[in-house]
Write a protein that binds this ligand. Sequence first.
Ligand code: MG
Length: 233
Amino acid sequence: MPGNPAFRQIQVAFLEADVHMHRFEKLIEETKGFLDPAEGRRLYDVALEASRLGPFLEIGSYCGKSALYLGSACRENGQVLFSIDHHRGSEEQQPGEAYFDPDLYDDRQKQIDTLPFLRRTLARAGLEDTVVPLVCASAVAAKSWSTPLALVFIDGGHAFETAWLDYTCWSGHIMAGGYLLIHDIFKDPAKGGQAPYDVYKRALATDRYEELEMTGTLGVLRRRSEGDAGAAV
Ligand code: MG
């Protein structure tokens, strides 16, 4: 009933949710990155469930596109997302390479610097109390890490050694029932590099993960509890 105060309250709540969604979508659109909206939506859905268990860690912050999805879900449940990146760009993002973006090149430093872009994204999204940027190589942050993680998202460098190092550094910190997400999985070598798919297959071969449905190039694995685990790494 339109005159009813409870009804008006619901109307206002829906309007606010609409405005919020519109702002979020605009921010997603304006943030540089290589994640398509369906993959982003899946990240958010998995993250919403996982953030009931514990904190997250992502490798490959870039300009913060995936942090918008993961961080928003974390915020819902009062969790934190640690987001690692050296911010100097991956191999294919260097000058002269296929994914070089001149906007990200800092003339004074004479190198790529994506950190200011990440900071701007987090500030605009109000995620500065939720997302903790770690500015270093993933193996450096892993040296003294001991916090169990509910979700690890591997979206860093695409060289075999880099992707494998990210996996070996972080997968052991995933708690039972937690998630290992891997981006840029191309089962057809003609469509993209094979390192993320290689890591995905090796993770599955340990029998420590349950394979869930993929979305686009986003692989979703759920860590079994110790009792269910089969062969060791
Ligand atoms: Mg990616």
